[in-house]
Every structure is written in structure tokens, then in C-alpha cells.
Design a protein around this ligand. Structure first.
Ligand code: PLP
Length: 421
């Protein structure tokens, strides 16, 4: 009863509150599992919105946070810096390839994207180039829920029609996957390059837009075209950073050199919110001036929170001390093997695997609530959306737990298909 009263005051994300079923109540987390307050245990197939790459409650992260909690949970970042942030920035600068070495911390992925966009526009202004205030982004892309981030998200996903007149109008191109789409991308870039501050792209996997995957060659085409056209390249790695696609950062598989990169989600191993926008020396240098208004005018209240930086530093330790990338390779092999047979189920149109991401695309994801309930009954926390049933498990998931996820998909999908749209 108390529980019902509490939920009555919450406004839930992406939820039609009039018709939605009551949400489940989580009580604890452990390893790859979420334990509900009625005692049921669910294997988390989606790592809490793709964050919990080491599983939940990893003792190394918990201990680092406990230590930080007693020393200094938070302090403002204006006029003050601290060791956890300095260490984290220095480590990220070493881990990231090339001259990506200036780290601006934010408190969420969407804000990191906003900061990247602001940087790109002001980079132009500071260099005396006027009129370059637009972005080229891609269909099926997703960059967050704040307004500027929505404007570079796919027009449907970003609800451009609903918010028309309020969102800045960007140039939205197809990913250059084949001759026709490459031609369209180049035509749009050429037509608008003098108004464009930067191209923004999710490297290798467009996550929230439907787990759409592309070859490194596609990314290379984008990066080469950006260079040719003289526009900056922003890689939004928030969904895929820290090993998800098999390498620590996805864009390195294409051997490209972005000007700005956005990090988030798994940056703290899923323990607490933190994001970062990392720029090259070239971008940073454009903000150095005698003029005060050439500075980057941004500063989220909780930016670089010491508690979050301590969690992120501990998460980075785990990439050194535990075999994360080998685990991702093993997950990739297992997903390929166990998802392949599902191609025969009526309604399944594509099966895609990249690193620790497995997606089964169907023609029409009908009966979504029924589908979600079936997975919960099977002990799996899995959130189909768009037309995809996908998993992005913690890298520490056991092979038996992963088989439980793919087994549940294999069991439930034929029954779902039999229900018809
Ligand atoms: N960029 C990408 C690629 C994302 O997948 C997301 C979240 O799903 C975001 C940005 C926004 O991050 P946040 O939800 O932390 O604001």
C-alpha cells in the first residue's frame, strides 16, 4: 500500500502514465542480476541502459566510492579541482588515441552532447568564421533527450514534428552505406558545408535508433568527407565506449581521428552518473584568448563530482586487472552462435551481433507489453523497442546466464510470432 502511494508521485520516463502497467520495484542488484522487492531475480540483459559493464556492485568500484564518500563526496568544480578528476582526465587522455586530450566533465550523456555541440559552434566563432551553426547528423541516430541533442537525433525518434519551431533545424543524411546513400550524404554535406560546424555520428552502432550496425569503412567515409569539407567530426561513443564493440573505443576500428568525442554510460561502470566531452588540442586552442568571452561558457553544477570520478577511475582499473575485452569477444562468439537459428522464426528479418551487442530485428514489434511480461516470467530483464529485441549484457555475465537470455528469446519469439500482428 505504501508502495502504491509512492509510485503515485513519480513521473516515469517514456511512459504513458494513464495506461502503463505498474512498474516493477527493484530492491537490490548483484552481479548480472536485479533482485525485485518480492524476491524475484532477473538477469539483466541490458546492463541498466548499457552502463553496468562490470556487473552490479563490483567490490573494487564500491570500495573506491566508499573511500571517496568519507573524504569528499562532492565539491564544486568552479575555481577548484581535485585529484579524482585530474587522474581521470589524465587517464582518459592516455587511453584515447591521437590528440584527444582535453576533458570537459558533464553529468549525463545528453549534456556531454550539448557541450560538444556548443564547443563546435564556438570553435568557429572564436576563429572568426561566421554562420557555421548547424550540424550534419544521421537517420536512425540518437544523441539524447535534451533539445539540441534531439535536433541531431533521427527526426522521428527526436520528435522533430512535435517540437517543430523549437528545435534547431539540422541537416540529416543517410549513413553512407552504399553508392546511393553515399551520394546523398556527399550532396547534403557539399550543399551545406559552409553552415555546418560539425558532423555528429555514433560509431559502428546506432543504439537507441534500433541497434543498427555499420562497417568501419562507413565511418571512415564520414571522417574523410568531414576532413575534406573542413567540418569537425564529433563521435558520440556514449552507448558503445569502454569495450562494448570489442575495442575500448569503437571509432578506433576505423582508424579515424575525431575532433571531439562524447563518453558516458559505462564510464563509471554503471555505478553513478558521469559523462565527458573530450576535445583535441586544436579545438581546445581555439578557446585560448585574451578575450573572456572566447572561453567555453558551460559548467554543470555537479560536473566532475569526486564520487563519480572515483567510480570511473575504479572502473578503468578493472579494464587493466580483469579480462574485459576477452569477455566481450567470448560474448560475441556465443551471441553469434545462439542467435543465428532465430533467423527462421516468422517475422524475424535480421540478426546482428557486434561485440557484446546482439539484436534480433522483426518486421513489426506488436504485443510489446505481452512480450516484456514473458521475459520477466522467464527471469530476464530485457526491453525490446522499435523493432528490435536486443541484449547488451554486463561483460561479466556467465555463459550460462547469457544462454538463459538467448534461450528465453528463442522460446518466446515463436510464441510471439504465432500471436500475429
Ligand atoms: N548519446 C547516445 C549515443 C546515447 O545512446 C545516449 C543515451 O542512450 C545519450 C547520448 C544520452 O545519454 P544520457 O541518457 O546519459 O543523457
Amino acid at each position: 500500500r505504501i508502495g502504491i502511494a509512492m509510485t503515485a508521485h513519480l513521473w516515469l520516463p517514456y511512459t504513458q502514465m494513464q495506461t502503463a502497467a505498474a512498474p516493477l520495484r527493484a530492491a537490490r542488484t548483484a552481479g548480472a542480476r536485479i533482485i525485485l522487492d518480492d524476491g524475484r531475480e532477473l538477469i539483466d540483459a541490458v546492463s541498466s541502459w548499457w552502463t553496468a559493464c562490470h556487473g552490479y556492485n563490483h567490490p573494487h568500484i564500491v570500495m573506491a566510492m566508499e573511500r571517496q564518500l568519507h573524504t569528499m563526496p562532492h565539491v564544486m568544480f568552479g575555481g577548484l579541482v581535485h585529484e579524482p578528476a585530474e587522474t581521470l582526465a589524465a587517464r582518459l587522455a592516455v587511453m584515447l588515441p591521437g590528440p584527444l586530450n582535453r576533458v570537459f566533465f558533464a553529468d549525463s550523456g545528453s549534456v556531454a552532447v550539448e557541450v560538444a555541440m556548443k564547443m563546435a559552434i564556438q570553435y568557429r566563432i572564436n576563429r572568426g568564421e561566421t554562420g557555421r551553426t548547424r550540424f550534419l547528423s544521421f537517420r536512425d541516430g540518437y544523441h539524447g533527450d535534451t533539445m539540441a541533442a534531439m535536433s541531431v537525433t533521427d527526426p522521428d525518434e527526436g520528435m522533430h514534428a512535435l517540437f517543430r519551431g523549437y528545435l534547431p533545424e539540422q541537416v540529416i543524411a543517410p549513413l553512407p552505406r552504399d553508392d546511393a546513400s553515399a551520394g546523398e550524404f556527399r550532396r547534403l554535406l557539399d550543399a551545406h558545408k559552409r553552415e555546418i560546424a560539425a558532423i555528429i555520428v555514433e560509431p559502428l552502432v546506432q543504439g537507441a535508433g534500433g541497434m543498427k550496425m555499420h562497417d568501419p569503412a562507413v565511418l571512415k567515409t564520414i571522417a574523410d568527407s568531414a576532413k575534406e569539407a573542413g567540418v569537425l567530426l564529433i563521435c558520440d561513443e556514449i552507448a558503445v565506449n569502454f569495450g562494448r564493440t570489442g575495442t575500448l573505443f569503437a571509432h578506433t576500428q576505423a582508424g579515424i581521428a575525431p575532433d571531439i568525442i562524447c563518453l558516458g554510460k559505462a564510464l563509471t561502470g554503471g555505478a553513478i552518473n558521469l559523462a565527458a566531452t573530450v576535445a583535441t588540442a586544436d579545438v581546445f586552442d581555439a578557446f585560448l584568448s585574451d578575450a573572456a568571452d572566447a572561453a567555453l561558457m558551460h559548467g554543470p553544477t555537479y560536473m566532475a563530482s569526486p564520487l563519480a570520478c572515483a567510480a570511473a577511475n575504479a572502473s578503468l582499473d578493472l579494464f587493466d586487472t580483469e579480462p574485459r575485452l576477452q569477455q566481450v569477444a567470448a560474448i560475441e562468439a556465443q551471441l553469434k552462435h545462439e542467435l543465428a537459428p532465430l533467423g527462421n522464426i516468422p517475422g524475424v528479418v535480421d540478426i546482428r551481433v557486434k561485440g557484446a551487442i546482439g539484436a534480433v530485428e522483426v518486421t513489426n514489434l506488436h504485443d510489446l507489453d505481452w512480450l516484456k511480461a514473458q521475459f520477466i516470467d522467464a527471469g530476464i530483464w530485457l526491453r525490446p523497442f522499435g523493432n528490435v529485441i536486443y541484449t547488451m549484457p554486463p561483460f561479466t555475465i556467465t555463459s550460462a546466464e547469457l544462454s538463459a537470455i538467448t534461450g528465453a528469446i528463442a522460446d518466446i519469439l515463436p510464441r510471439w510470432a504465432a500471436r500475429k500482428a
